[in-house]
Design a protein around this ligand. Sequence first.
Ligand code: PLP
Length: 370
Amino acid sequence: MTRVYNFSAGPAVLPKAVLREAADEMLDYQGCGMSVMEMSHRSSAFKSIIQEAEQDLRDLAGIPDNYRVLFLQGGGSTQFAMVPMNLMRGAAGNPGHADYIVSGTWSKKALAEAQRFGDARCIATSADTNFDRVPDMANIQVNADADYLYICMNETVNGNVLRELPDAQGKPLVADMSSCFLSEPIDVERYGLIFAGAQKNVGPAGVTIVIVRDDLISDTDLPGVPTMMQYRTHADAGSLYNTPPCYAIYICGKVFKWLKAQGGLAGMQKVNQAKAQVLYEYIDKSELFRGFVRPQDRSLMNVTFTAGEALDGEFVAAAKAAGFENLKGHRSVGGLRASIYNAMPIGGVQALVEFMREFEAQHSCSSQSM
Ligand SMILES: Cc1ncc(COP(=O)(O)O)c(C=O)c1O
């Protein structure tokens, strides 16, 4: 088998143990005589899979009983619309209002989408410094009429993370955790709604996990909102209103068990901190590579950096040839990016740093000899 380290921002590396187990069960899931891919979502075998996945997630993240867990489709991008469609509800036909903190590419997109549905406003942003930091949120003023305050916890493209939550001033806090979900402990009660596309830290593409507090789910039908876009539809049906992404949910369930075996989210956090430290420490000392984000706001998941415009392309190609895949930065910002999600072993990060060291040595030699 070809050995590579996959630094993709998503879909991304999954734990080898999970992939092996899935391979073993591919043709015959626990004596059912069929693959999970072939199974009815109404079968008792699949109901056990989805219920066990939910329970394991609840245990891992400490999700209180007054929150619902939904396994949906449509990716994080669909949540950019579902959040305002469900939560930004003005009284008596008036448009609703919401406040957004714009810390990078994804929160900017979420704001633009929300503006299609009502009065969504940016109340803090770091756009003026190209999102090389998170916005200053010390003195934010959440508008009295806001139905919620929105944040993107970890900006995958830009590589910054909110280490402190803003003061939501009594409003429900909505968080896009797509690229940091289950990478460290979460205090779920501080949020009204959390969502995460699974394809970065917890599973394959195709399933999006939503954790939403009961009181934010409408008791009644929302006029004008398609059935599939209402949280209520999925909450009432235990995520089985229609055919869910069965196989993706099954893999997430396995990842949840794997996470438990790593010491849960506290255990995972320690490993993630150690991995990020190896990479950032080297970048900080390097004379060739330079990070994009100021140190206190750097993501533990998506490390963005550059070797300079002239060398980035050469680095990506050389790294690929040496078995380090997907190190090119997002097409909108360029540069380099190493996504080091839960399933990336520390050995992969150490090997990358070794490779970067050699690349740097070669390039400082060639620049000296010129
Ligand atoms: C933080 C964040 N939010 C939302 C999205 C959009 O997710 P999707 O491609 O699942 O729609 C992404 C995708 O990379 C992301 O990183």
